[in-house]
Write a protein that binds this ligand. Structure first.
Ligand code: ZN
Length: 402
């Protein structure tokens, strides 16, 4: 298959030949034969670096909280999650996969709750295997941490390692700083020396004194686990004072940890307990990037109590990032695409990824000719190709009366 007349994020006109599941050739300009894509933007697969396959579409099976307030919504979400039957977990996660595929996210890192048992993780692992020819799911055993990190939870974490690609948790939700630090150290102990990754929901709080990511960075440095750690959310960074932030940034860069931002849920959930002016807790993406820190992007929850609006489209996450992080000037559209593609690949430790001959033919073609147009219009994808096969196509027909 040859797709000709495509435009890259950098603005180059190319054509791509696919043979089997690989990119066989990339032509500069328009190839003599092939299907004409009329200058449409092409990227490698989008990467959703922060998802919860066991929390999506909970509103299909449970009611929304009666009071539209964060804490009630969170409570309703947790209750719903705990009472899900195995068949619900499986079918809701399967629905998520359809949403990810149709939006071109062929790589998804999902956190799956393991505090009470590892059943959810086993169902998601089963689904991962079942759909492996179309979508690459990376599983993080997630210690949601609304209860105390005791021996039972620790045991679940070790059991989870059999199925998961990595472990993570929310140390800032433990009762004291000492408890949070203990939890971080035990999570590092569990994965050190193994071929596993770490991804913490780090400092997902408004309080500027929430500083567990410094402990995570310190452990990563001590154990020489460079580049194996991700810090998701880090919304407290929004409120760190400049002196602390500058020192923190230096060590963050040295640890080679990635920061994963999920701007939709960060905006929804930050400032929940504040009077105006309220914080809008998004990590300092431009400062992180200019310091050389790898920043990736996640969509986070889809249609549950905390995000009824989610559809799992990374272009929506990118649009929200542009508006909320002072990245609305047109040159940043390309940067945002880097976050959703190559930076995500770095955080997820992917190989054979990207627009290069010999790599997997995982491609997204947009109903847009430039990154800015794609992020502005957020149209359905024109075509999604997974491992050399077209798995999604859309045709937009417009009728006007004027
Ligand atoms: Zn999350």
């Amino acid at each position: 298959m040859i797709l000709k007349n495509l435009t890259t994020v950098e603005g180059k006109n190319i054509s791509i030949e696919i043979n089997g599941d690989k990119i066989a050739k990339i032509y500069e300009g328009i190839a003599p034969v092939g299907e004409n894509m009329e200058g449409s933007l092409v990227t490698p697969s989008l990467i959703d670096a922060h998802a919860h396959l066991d929390s999506n579409f909970l509103l299909d099976v449970c009611k929304e909280a009666e009071t539209p307030k964060f804490i009630e919504a969170l409570q309703a979400l947790l209750e719903c999650k705990e009472k899900l039957r195995p068949e619900d977990i499986y079918s809701l996660a399967k629905k998520s996969i359809y949403y990810y595929l149709s939006h071109g996210s062929l790589y998804v890192r999902t956190h799956v709750m393991i505090d009470d048992n590892i059943d959810r993780l086993k169902y998601i692992a089963k689904l991962k295997e079942e759909f492996k020819d179309m979508i690459n799911i990376q599983i993080i055993g997630f210690i949601q941490s609304y209860s105390y990190f005791n021996e039972e939870v620790e045991e679940n974490m070790y059991k989870a390692l059999e199925y998961a690609d990595g472990i993570g948790g929310q140390p800032h939700l433990q009762p004291s700083r000492e408890d949070g630090i203990m939890m971080i150290k035990k999570i590092f102990d569990a994965v050190e020396g193994k071929n596993k990754l770490l991804d913490f929901h780090a400092d997902f709080a408004d309080d500027s004194e929430t500083k567990f990511s410094e402990v995570i960075i310190s452990e990563a440095l001590k154990r020489k686990m460079y580049g194996k750690v991700s810090l998701s959310h880090v919304t407290a960074m929004h409120s760190y004072n400049e002196d602390y932030f500058r020192r923190y940034l230096k060590w963050l860069r040295e640890s080679e940890a990635s920061v994963i931002v999920a701007p939709i849920t960060a905006l929804e959930e930050s400032g929940a307990f504040e009077q105006y002016p309220k914080r809008r807790g998004i990590a300092r993406v431009l400062d992180l990037l200019s310091a050389g820190v790898n920043v990736a992007l996640g969509h986070d929850d889809i249609q549950n109590h905390l995000n009824p609006y989610g559809v799992g489209d990374m272009l929506q996450a990118g649009f929200v990032l542009a508006i909320s992080s002072y990245m609305y000037f047109s040159p940043y559209a390309r940067t945002i695409f880097d976050l959703m593609t190559y930076n995500g690949a770095k955080a997820l430790h992917l190989s054979n990824y990207g627009l290069q001959v010999g790599n997997d033919a995982d491609l997204v073609i947009y109903n847009a000719k430039s990154p800015l147009e794609a992020l502005r219009d957020v149209k359905p994808r024109k075509m999604v190709i997974s491992k050399g096969k077209i798995i999604y196509e859309s045709k937009i027909e417009e009728k006007t009366v004027w």
